[in-house]
Design a binder for this molecule. Structure first.
Ligand code: CA
Length: 519
């Protein structure tokens, strides 16, 4: 009887709620969002900027730039807030809201780079200009790439690893609901490098947060990525830049030319770009000096160093820790191997996060032992390598990953490895490609730049896929000189590559097809 009564009361309540006509309440003003109450969140400010009156909005200082101004040519409601899920947390985030009339009904959150503790304001602005409500976070700390913020702050490491983005996402969605009176109909993630890792983390850990994800050059295997980076610096620089094994950067073009000679034309087009370096087996011994050292050859110790950079870090038993550099990336080797100091992001990782010792010396780095230590101390918190994306797929989620084949900071083989691990768990390549596609970008360095056509739009194809069910079978990349496009080429879903049809202008994407290479 009591249950029936309770049921009746609930029904009556629901009916009253549903049947009550919506009151004609005025939409909340931007400024009124400042008084919105969200648990463990403080809204610092909510300010409307209307160009041309308020074309320029102030941006806080970062370790890399003084406080500045950003031109945002569209009206926005800028909400600045911070979340404090733990007593040691201070996760700053911003939500930029276009006027209701120009809102596309969607959220786009933007990712970060490295361990940089600052919101990616330029990316926020780009999303806003497309009609998105946009969100970004500083990942829970203000500061730079040296990871010193992490020492003695395990909660901040968790914030950086996954909590900041997840909470920002929930809070941004609530702010959007409040401002527009309806929820975002779809949520997109857009990031490269750490931003790529953040996207994959969301798909793995919080699959309800996003409907579609762009995960560029993902730093998703953080412990092994940093071990791999530190290994490359250690191999090159442990005895200083006057040691026999050090390769002076003046020789990088020599190695690059030799790699191109071995591999460039194999893909059918001698264009200075290796379409798929994993299919090319360049032997750097071909440029070993026959006699004395010279500017156009490598000494025997330098050959060993180059071989180690290509091979990447390995455990003592030979298992790969992290892939190495690909043939074609040589011009950008300075980041890891140019010195005189080792790569700061890798050294900072071991110094502050793994060993919590500001006096730690990279010359003591032991790749097998220290990778294991990093894994045991930080792997489960920081890595985003879970190939099980079933929950994300089940709700219609789509992922595009892209990675430059000449990436000098995050080895492209890592994205291939993750993609393969997903196909193994998600029912093979065909089933995987129904929701997750990887586009390798020949010649591209970390996230952008490099040689050849490396400009592209991943967002449009992802929208088309998620919202209209049309998967991207190719994505056209372009190269421009003085703002004029002078080369286009299709990017292809891995393991496909762009194959020249054999006739026509090789600078025109129309003369290529995506297919399985036989070269
Ligand atoms: Ca080529």
């Amino acid at each position: 009887m009591r249950n029936h009564l309770a049921g009746f009361i609930i029904l009556a309540f629901v009916a009253a709620f549903v049947l009550t006509p919506a009151r004609a309440t005025a939409a909340p003003t931007c400024e009124s969002l400042a008084s919105l109450k969200i648990p463990q969140v403080t809204i610092t400010s909510a300010t409307e900027y209307t160009p041309p009156k308020d074309l320029v909005i102030p941006i806080p200082a970062s370790p890399f730039a003084s406080a500045g101004n950003l031109e945002v040519p569209v009206t926005l409601c800028r909400v600045v807030a911070f979340a404090t899920p733990t007593s040691d947390s201070h996760i700053t985030f911003e939500v930029w809201l276009p006027p209701a009339a120009s809102w596309n009904g969607k959220l786009q959150s933007v990712g970060n780079g490295g361990f940089i503790g600052q919101i990616a304001y330029g990316a926020l602005s780009n999303a806003l200009k497309l009609g998105y409500a946009a969100a970004g976070t500083d990942t829970g700390h203000a500061g730079g790439n040296d990871e010193s913020w992490a020492m003695g702050h395990p909660e901040k490491v968790i914030d950086w690893s996954y909590r900041a983005v997840h909470l920002m996402t929930l809070d941004a969605k609530q702010i959007i609901r409040t401002y527009y009176g309806s929820p975002a109909r779809l949520a997109y993630w857009n990031g490269c490098s750490t931003g790529g890792k953040q996207g994959l983390t969301e798909a793995q850990k919080f699959p309800s947060d996003y409907d579609a994800i762009i995960a560029g050059a993902p730093a998703n295997y953080i412990t092994h990525l940093q071990a791999g980076s530190e290994y490359m610096s250690w191999v090159s620089l442990r005895n200083g830049i006057n040691a026999p094994e050090y390769i002076p950067p003046s020789k990088y073009p020599v190695i690059h030319r030799a790699a191109l000679n071995a591999c460039d034309a194999r893909d059918g087009v001698a264009d200075g770009v290796i379409e798929d370096p994993s299919r090319c087996h360049f032997d750097v011994r071909t440029i070993e000096c026959h006699g004395a050292d010279g500017p156009s050859c490598l000494t025997a110790p330098q050959v060993k160093t180059a071989q180690a950079l290509y091979a990447g870090a390995k455990f003592a038993d030979g298992r790969q820790i992290y892939p190495g550099m690909e043939p074609g990336s040589e011009l950008a080797w300075g980041a890891m191997a140019g010195g005189p100091e080792p790569i700061s992001i890798g050294t900072g990782f071991f110094m502050y996060m793994v060993f919590a010792d500001p006096k730690w010396d990279f010359r003591t780095f032991h790749v097998d032992r220290d990778t294991r230590l990093a894994d045991s101390r930080l792997g489960s918190t920081m890595n985003a390598i879970d190939p099980n994306l079933k929950r994300f797929r089940a709700r219609g989620g789509k992922i595009i990953t892209y990675h430059g084949w000449a990436d000098q900071l995050i080895s492209p083989g890592n994205s291939v490895n993750y993609y393969r691990s997903v196909t193994a768990v998600m029912g093979g390549p065909k089933n995987t490609q129904e929701f997750f596609r990887l586009f390798m970008v020949p010649g591209m360095t970390h996230c952008e730049g490099g040689t050849g056509p490396t400009s592209f739009d991943m967002l449009g194809p992802l929208e088309h896929w998620r919202e209209h069910g049309i998967p991207p079978t190719k994505i056209i990349a372009s190269h421009s000189t003085h703002n004029t496009v002078d080369e286009t080429r299709p990017l292809c879903p891995y393991p496909q590559a762009a194959i020249y049809k054999g006739s026509g202008d090789t600078n025109d994407a129309a003369n290529f097809v995506c297919g399985n290479p036989t070269w």
